[in-house]
Design a protein around this ligand. Structure first.
Ligand code: M6R
Length: 603
């Protein structure tokens, strides 16, 4: 979604443009930058489209010692220059960038800003106009006017404000949208994502919801909107900036797919002892083991990982598990068992839909655990417990290695809880060995990339639509495979429990329709073969992917053997590669599919 970078105390232009470039992966459709040289000159440049357009538009004079930049993913108002940020007030004194959504912007406009001339259709402009009006009419400083405005505003925001009558300050505020302050020597940076400023500093201070800050080049003052001072210890973020670079790969997505074996090997080290015992904090295992039911909440790919997690948790921990879309559960909270335990799966840890559910869980005093790839993210901070997915930065919008890590980490939970509850299944679960076999299995799939690309080019790309079908453990993989293919290639794809197809959707199958069939389930393998015949009889072009023991000589891809419940770790990689080649060979921007954002911080 939208991205924010601000800097004060050093040459701002390059730092902001580099930072925004690093945020490109999050998805955006316009961008802008405001610079002030502290000598009376200021510059505002905004463009539609890529950051490169912004760079091309800026003249060499445009420099500053303070500045704010933004990538916008349109919500209120189309992607136009007028709607791009920074937004400014009608007197030209204040410049503001904002992530999030101001829910009561129309009320504020009607009540306080009837005489104001607006230049954009954004909810953000309402904020900067309100700050300006309160500063003028109530003779407030910029910081006081910001705080006064926030008392009237409802919604989510991470915002940065510059007052050009006092440009050696950046004022910031946060509510429900990520924002962090990075501390430098003689300068400070503010960003919505630490990755964007890791080349400037590794020392950060988090801002919490309802907090504001007044930032100068050497100092910062953190307080609540009500004006109470806040002190918070800075921390070091030890992420290797190279981990977020593309290296020699054409796209991040392929790099991240290729990293999956090392992600699994790292997780073995991180979460299992040498003898294969889970290394989890005892209080987390105890809390999980006391539950009579698990409720997993997630969205998109994380939801699909949750469906696999359900099977792992039920099999090895023996605890019934329900998986819900966070976006639905937030407003239709599921009926809970007597001793529920809530698990949140989120790569980014910032998904607004999941946060709504977590807030409700907090209100109801329910225990929760977030599994996220971004320790310190909102969902990690606010849940009772948090565990890291340890997948390293995932830049491509399409989630790949985070999914693998979510499945593996849920397997660790299942084993740990099952062992705690003395379940024989859990004791016999040789997870370290299975994860290491999965890593080898993925490597084997990676050696078949040429073949996968050929199948994709011949069968998938020529079609406007496609199906993935599977039964048992392959059904949630079919859902994930379909999401992956449609999100990056724009080929309309549906994942189906194979037998369900004939209850309606098979009417869409016609000559040449691609149907990818997944066969890892020994119990239903023969039935799957029957379902495949049904679609072939209607003209479908079928790609059959089967595990070794169930494969036939005519199958298209044969997958290495693996524990049934972990088989998604290998099968999904074929689907990720199909999606990758479908997108790349159609000439699309694989890492930044249209209309999508990496972290979905609005509901
Ligand atoms: O950060 P999260 O895991 O909470 O994000 C959930 C979904 O938005 C995400 O998985 C999305 O579906 C991806 N585009 C999938 O590739």
């Amino acid at each position: 979604m939208c991205g924010i970078v601000g800097i004060i105390g050093k040459s701002a232009r390059e730092a902001i443009l580099n930072g925004l470039t690093k945020l490109e992966y999050r998805g955006y459709d316009s961008a802008g930058i405001y610079l002030n040289d502290l000598q009376g000159k200021q510059y505002l440049t905004k463009t539609v489209g890529r950051i490169q357009n912004l760079k091309d538009k800026m003249t060499s004079d445009e420099q500053g010692q303070v500045g704010i930049g933004h990538t916008r993913w349109a919500t209120h108002g189309k992607p136009t220059i007028a709607n791009a940020h920074p937004q400014f007030d009608e007197t030209g004194r204040f410049y503001l960038v904002h992530n999030g959504v101001i829910e009561n912007y129309q009320d504020i406009k009607d009540k306080y800003l009837q005489d104001t001339t607006f230049e954009s259709n954004t909810d953000t402009e309402v904020v900067v106009q309100l700050i300006s009006k309160l500063a003028r009419e109530q003779k407030l400083t910029a910081f006081a006017a910001l705080k006064a405005s926030l008392k009237l505003i409802k919604g989510s925001y991470a915002l940065l404000l510059i007052d050009n009558t006092q440009p050696d300050h950046i004022y910031v505020a946060k509510n429900k949208s990520p924002l962090m302050l990075g501390l430098g020597d003689g300068f400070n940076v503010i960003a919505s994502d630490a990755l964007s400023v890791l080349d400037q500093t590794k020392t950060f201070v988090d801002l919490h919801d309802g907090e504001v800050a007044d930032i100068t080049k050497d100092n910062y003052q953190l307080e609540t909107i009500a004006g109470n001072k806040v002190t918070r210890k800075p921390y070091q973020l030890n992420i290797d900036p190279d981990a977020a670079s593309k290296g020699t790969y054409e796209f991040y997505m392929l790099k991240e797919i290729a990293e999956q074996p090392s992600v699994l090997r790292h997780l073995i080290q991180y979460y299992l002892t040498e003898d294969g015992t889970p290394k989890l904090a005892p209080e987390i295992v105890d809390a999980l083991a006391q539950a009579d039911k698990f409720y997993i909440f997630a969205a998109g790919t994380s939801y699909h990982a949750g469906l696999v997690g359900k099977m792992l948790l039920e099999k090895y921990a023996g605890i019934p598990t329900e998986v819900d879309f966070a976006s639905e559960a937030g407003y239709h909270f599921p009926m809970m068992s007597k001793h529920p335990f809530l698990i949140f799966l989120s790569q980014s840890g910032e998904t607004a839909d999941s946060r709504v559910v977590l807030q409700e869980a907090i209100k109801r005093n329910l225990p929760s655990l977030t599994l996220t790839n971004v320790p310190g993210s909102t969902l990690a901070r606010e849940a009772t417990y948090a565990l890291s997915l340890e997948a390293g930065p995932e830049i491509a919008v399409a989630s790949t290695k985070a999914y693998i890590a979510q499945v593996a980490t849920q397997a660790v939970l299942a084993k740990a809880v099952g062992e705690k509850l003395l379940k024989q299944e859990a004791r016999n679960f040789n997870l370290a060995n299975d994860l290491s076999l999965a890593a080898e299995g993925i490597e084997q799939v990676l050696t078949q990339q040429k073949k996968i690309e050929q199948l994709t080019d011949q069968i998938i790309i020529p079609s406007r639509n496609a199906f993935y079908i599977g039964r048992g453990i392959d059904y949630p993989v079919a859902l994930e495979a379909a999401l992956k293919l449609k999100e990056v290639s724009y080929i309309q794809t549906e994942g189906f429990a194979a037998a369900e197809l004939k209850h309606g959707t098979i009417s869409l199958v016609e000559k040449g329709t691609p149907v990818v069939a997944l066969i890892n389930d020994p119990v239903t393998a023969d039935l799957m073969r029957g379902n495949i015949q049904e679609v072939i009889a209607r003209g479908a072009q079928v790609i059959i992917i089967a595990k070794q023991q169930l494969a036939k000589a005519t199958d298209d891809l044969v997958l290495p053997e693996l524990n049934y419940y972990l088989s998604p770790l290998i099968t999904v990689v074929v689907a990720q590669l199909i999606a990758y080649y479908a997108s790349r060979d159609k000439g699309l921007d694989v890492d930044k599919p249209r209309n999508l954002a990496k972290s979905v911080t609005v509901e």
